[in-house]
Design a protein around this ligand. Structure first.
Ligand SMILES: [Zn+2]
Ligand SMILES: [Zn+2]
Length: 763
């Protein structure tokens, strides 16, 4: 008795072990490869590609399918699916009995699980195969949940030709997602796998229509659906159709397929915004095609989550002539003036500049690099605000020279500009005018810091991607100041035919145009979205009217009006550390008692400079105001005090050259023997330690020009100690070099002197 029980126990354990071993040794086959689907943030299918074995085999999730379709499939194929362990013993017994007693084949014994086994491992319809399928379905039930089995089933059902699964069939035959099917369409998809190649809908509608109506009537009889719904479905005509699955966001889909694993890629794209961006860019390029601009790209970022909401790499992916497959969002191009805001935002954080402070806009030479403004003109000096709004080049280059290219490039690299970081060695001051490489992706992401209180985060491409903590690149105050300056409503810089201000949404934006009119940029933002637009040709060809203002801004405005219609305000809160303050209208600095006109400006508390305006300075003068005295020659009888405007020497030169009269102080007392304090002339040309390349025998001359403090009347020029001549302060004279090296000196009438060394190479 004891022994018998033990033997039985051993047999049971051995049996179970054998079954487990066999189960592991002969697992059911893996599902075949699926098509890759790219979904938008709400699960809408953006695009699908053929599987690696060239099938339209889109993996289907139950939640993405109309409940009617699931109900129809369960009612038709396997009513007890949720109850049986893979094999329906009752159905098998009934079928066997019928086969034996009546000699006819009764189907229906095959459960959904067994059908999945057959789909995974097709074979002839023999008893042996049937038994294998039954065993396989036990294995499958052990490995997968009921929900997973049903999802495999509806993903693998043959739907005719190379179409498998209800999602593929729903898109290809009915051009809609499987959760938007009518009852007739749902039942048709449940019926189609019975004989997919005879019933398929891209050939003839009648056979499938008839089969569908048969099942609908059966469902009515069984009371599976309300009678009225069935009546409606019976009346519906199915149409012969075949369309391709959607191909939205093609560049983005391609990018994700290269970067991500898996057959369902849940992206952050917002199908509504993507659709608007694709449509608007396409039509915009159609309009400007005649002007030699064949392409463009758009990137839309959601500022709160850093989601990529739209990514349009070209105007038309299918346009081979204009290289539509090129992804314009990741293409490295010249960014034009689009880096300027970052430069000035840094200066705000450094405290050295505020929006109303003045910057020089005069001819400038940086070791032979002499940038020009886009209009070829100069304004003498401009406020930071105007320099940004009008995108003036000289003030930006001067500011970059002050900050240093090395430190700015290091900062730009942290801001995500990879190409700029890589080519640091080759970059100079021209980088602020676009003499470098950047992508629309880099630029748009970098601009998002203005909308996100100065914080830079990674872009989110996939829904399940964590949002990074981000890095504080600017203070919230500096970011706000930039947005405030570039906000669109007071933009006198825009010709009315280009920008109808009444249509302008509440956004801040900056434009850019690259050298040779090859790239047009506009990047705009409000609190909710940052949108980047590039227009140009992938061939790199320029076009006469290609500019950020004319070509990119109108599209930017259309985009914002389409995606953020109810925007309302800018939506960027002003940080408390920003204070309104009164400043001298002529310098932007804190007013001195002499300053006449005042204006309002923003300052960052405890950061912005507290320098006082020194534009007007006191001079001791004689009664006739014909000369001024220094402390050494001040007569005992005393002198009168008079205020004169003392501007930057370089600005004084520019005023002189442009006949802009400002009252200058009278010259220093000629009888005075004291050397006056202060700096000697500031030599503007030639540039120190610079090599001039001159053509042999061309009699080329080098410009000599220096700026002096007010009160200086004449300047004396020397070459290697020999007097060349004298000019009024700031005047020009010319020098014809003869040797390989020259020492050029300039002395003012107070005896102060400065020199530069130059090298000449004749070729
Ligand atoms: Zn002042
Ligand atoms: Zn003196």
């Amino acid at each position: 008795m004891e022994q018998g029980a033990l033997r039985m126990l051993i047999a049971l354990v051995a049996g179970a072990a054998l079954i487990a071993l066999l189960d592991v040794a002969f697992p059911p086959p893996e599902p075949p490869p699926f098509s890759t689907q790219v979904l938008d943030r709400d699960g809408t299918l953006l695009s699908a590609s053929l599987s690696s074995d060239h099938k339209w085999r889109l993996r289907t999730r139950i939640t993405h399918v109309s409940p009617d379709l699931i109900r129809a499939i369960l009612a038709k194929e396997d009513r007890y699916f949720l109850l049986h362990p893979g094999v329906n013993i009752y159905a098998v017994a009934r079928a066997l009995f019928a086969n034996l007693t009546e000699g006819r084949r009764v189907s229906g014994a095959s459960t959904i699980t067994m059908q999945v086994a057959r789909l995974l491992e097709p074979g002839p319809r023999t008893y042996a195969v049937k038994i294998r399928e039954a065993l396989r379905s036990l294995q499958i039930e052990r490995r997968y949940s009921k929900r997973e089995i049903l999802e495999l089933y509806i993903s693998l059902l043959p739907m005719g030709g190379n179409i498998e699964g209800v999602t593929s069939a729903s898109w290809i035959y009915f051009d809609r997602p499987p959760d938007k099917l009518s009852l007739a369409q749902a039942v048709a998809l449940a019926v189609l796998p019975n004989d997919p190649n005879r019933l398929r809908l891209d050939r003839r509608a009648v056979p499938l229509q008839n089969a569908t109506r048969r099942w609908l009537r059966r469902f009515r009889r069984d009371g599976r659906f309300p009678a009225t719904v069935i009546e409606e479905a019976l009346a519906e005509e199915l149409h012969v159709a075949r369309s391709a699955p959607p191909q939205q966001a093609p560049h983005y889909s391609l990018l994700l397929r290269q970067r991500q694993k898996g057959d369902i890629l849940s992206s952050t794209i917002d199908a509504r915004i993507q659709d608007a961006a694709e449509r608007l860019l396409f039509h915009h390029v159609q309009r400007v095609m005649a002007e030699g601009v064949g392409n463009g790209a758009v990137l839309v970022i959601r500022n709160d989550s850093m989601d990529v909401s739209a990514w349009v790499g070209s105007a038309d992916f299918t346009d081979a002539v204009n290289e539509g497959q090129v992804n314009g969002v990741t293409a490295v191009r010249s960014p034009g003036s689009t880096l300027k805001p970052f430069l000035f935002a840094r200066a705000f954080d450094e405290g050295s500049l505020t929006p109303q402070m003045r910057l020089l806009d005069v001819p400038s030479d940086f070791n032979g690099y002499a940038p020009e403004n886009f209009d070829g003109a100069y304004q003498g000096e401009v406020t930071v605000r105007a320099a940004l709004l009008q995108s003036r080049n000289i003030p930006a280059v001067r500011e970059l020279a002050r900050q240093g290219t090395g430190s700015f490039i290091t900062w730009l690299r942290q801001l995500g500009f990879a190409e700029i970081g890589r080519s640091e060695e080759q970059l100079g001051l021209s980088l602020i005018l676009g003499g470098c490489g950047a992508t629309l992706e880099e630029l748009t992401r970098a601009y998002s810091v203005f909308a996100r209180e100065g914080r830079l985060s990674s872009l989110r491409y996939m829904r399940d991607q964590e949002m990074g903590k981000g890095q504080q690149m600017l203070s919230p105050a500096a970011a706000y100041l930039l947005s405030d300056i570039l906000v669109g409503h007071e933009r006198p810089d825009f010709p009315r035919e280009v920008l109808d201000v009444s249509r302008l949404p509440h956004i801040a934006f900056k434009t850019g145009t690259s050298y040779g009119k090859r790239d047009a940029w506009a990047i705009g933002w409000n609190g909710r979205y940052t949108v980047g637009v590039w227009m140009g040709n992938f061939s790199g060809e320029g076009a006469p009217r290609l500019s950020g203002t004319v070509m990119a801004v109108p599209l930017l405005v259309d985009l914002f009006n389409a995606i953020d219609r109810d925007g309302g305000d800018l939506g960027i809160p002003r940080p408390d550390v920003l204070e309104r303050r009164r400043v001298c209208a002529h310098s932007g600095l804190l007013p001195s008692p002499q300053c006449g006109e005042l204006t309002d400006d923003w300052a960052i508390r405890d950061v912005s400079t507290k320098r006082r305006c020194e534009l007007l300075r006191p001079f001791r003068v004689d009664a006739g105001r014909s000369m001024h005295y220094c402390m050494d020659c001040l007569p005992d009888s005393g002198a009168e005090q008079a205020w004169y405007m003392v501007v930057d020497p370089r600005l004084a030169v520019w005023y002189e050259e442009n006949n802009i009269g400002i009252e200058r102080p009278p010259p220093h007392n000629p009888q005075c023997t004291a050397r006056m304090e202060g700096e000697g002339p500031d030599i503007l040309s030639p540039t120190s330690d610079y090599t001039y390349y001159l053509e042999k025998g061309a009699e080329q001359e080098i410009l000599l020009q220096a700026a002096s403090l007010p009160g200086v009347r004449r300047q004396f020029w020397y070459a290697d100690g020999e007097l060349l001549g004298d000019v009024a302060a700031g005047g020009r004279m010319f020098f014809r070099p003869t040797g390989k090296r020259h020492r050029i000196s300039c002395m003012d009438d107070a005896g102060r002197e400065r020199s530069v060394e130059i090298e000449i190479i004749f070729f």
